[in-house]
Design a binder for this molecule. Structure first.
Ligand SMILES: Nc1ncnc2c1ncn2[C@@H]1O[C@H](COP(=O)(O)OP(=O)(O)OP(=O)(O)O)[C@@H](O)[C@H]1O
Length: 303
């Protein structure tokens, strides 16, 4: 469990994080979203004790990072995969970290196996591709078998196979009951990776919701297929709905959810063969949510 409590971080004149509070719960993948400069990395760095809060707190399992006795066994993180010593082999890189945390060689071999790097364990990290470095970074996060993971933009620069791999890994960690926080500025990616999202802008919380709730909140209309179009349209309009007929004969109903439409149809004894809620894409929803908090925006070019 991660708890961010009234967290504020100031760098000189820049207010990077501004009174931010939210929880990240175990057993699901939580996407941490916001435009460039929103304060995601700063928040993650504060959770990991790499930056000190100006005020407020960032806690893992109720403790500040600095107060955790064996941090690798409680929190695993991937911040900047490129920041590894190129001269060491993958095995030695992990073993150096493992030894200083009282972790043995067997565990190093196990994590190399889990991330698919066993075959290059003795190769120098300097020659690794970005995807291999990402895997090595994740192996580092896994070393202490922690219950909490933080991944900062883990898919940046990866090919589709690498993206799929990281997605599946995060999913399996959450299914094992662990806490997973993953930052991104791509809602389209989080829509397929996360169960829950926390959106921030200019250091403040914009929204915290499950992907399912967000879809419901941004519902546009409900498509209704019925053999009684005119009668049902009349009954729905009487309850305040807006109804438009689609080219294929279905009704596009605004202002009521599928449950209410079904209830009205039942009360009027009119058969309904389909009720399909249609939402804005989550990408559109995200742009609407963050519209006022984007630090830099290109001018819209006239067609
Ligand atoms: N060490 C620092 N010194 C001064 N300003 C900083 C520092 N780190 C971050 N900032 C500023 O704090 C704000 C938040 O930055 P942060 O990197 O946390 O955002 P982010 O949401 O991770 O953005 P991105 O998606 O671009 O990585 C930005 O305005 C950034 O310029």
């Amino acid at each position: 469990m991660i708890e961010i409590r009234e967290l504020t971080k100031r760098y000189g004149d820049t207010l990077a994080v501004d009174g931010l509070s939210f929880h990240v719960r175990p057993g699901c993948v939580t996407g941490f979203l916001g435009p460039n400069g929103a304060g995601k990395s700063t928040t993650m760095r504060t959770i990991l004790g790499l930056d000190a809060p100006t005020s407020g707190a960032a806690l893992v399992n109720g403790k500040r990072y600095a107060d955790i006795t064996r941090p690798m066994t409680e929190v695993g993180s991937l911040l900047d995969a490129g920041a590894v010593h190129g001269g060491r082999s993958a095995f030695n890189h992990l073993y150096c970290l493992a030894r200083s945390n009282g972790i043995g060689k067997t565990r190093v071999r196990a994590v190399l196996e889990r991330v698919g790097l066993s075959g290059v364990a003795n190769k120098r990290v300097g020659g690794f591709s970005l995807g291999m470095k990402q895997r090595l970074g994740i192996a580092t996060a896994l070393l202490g078998d922690p219950g909490t993971f933080l991944f900062d933009e883990p898919i940046n620069g990866l090919d589709p196979e690498g993206i799929r791999w990281i997605r599946d890994l995060m999913r399996s960690l959450s299914v094992e009951g662990r806490t997973v926080l993953v930052s991104s500025h791509l809602m389209s990616e989080m829509a397929v990776t996360a169960d829950h999202i926390v959106v921030i802008g200019r250091g403040k919380l914009i929204t915290e919701a499950s992907i399912a709730d967000l879809n419901a909140r941004f519902q546009r209309d409900v498509l209704v297929r019925t053999p009684h179009g005119p009668e049902l349209a009349h009954a729905l309009e009487a309850k305040g709905a807006t109804v438009q007929r689609e080219p294929d004969g279905r009704l596009a109903v605004g202002g009521l959810d599928a449950e209410a439409i079904g209830g009205i149809a039942l009360a009027a004894r009119l058969a309904v063969h389909e009720l399909t809620p249609r939402s804005d894409t989550l990408e559109d929803a995200y742009l609407k949510l963050t519209n006022d908090s984007t630090e830099y925006r290109a001018e819209r070019v006239a067609p």
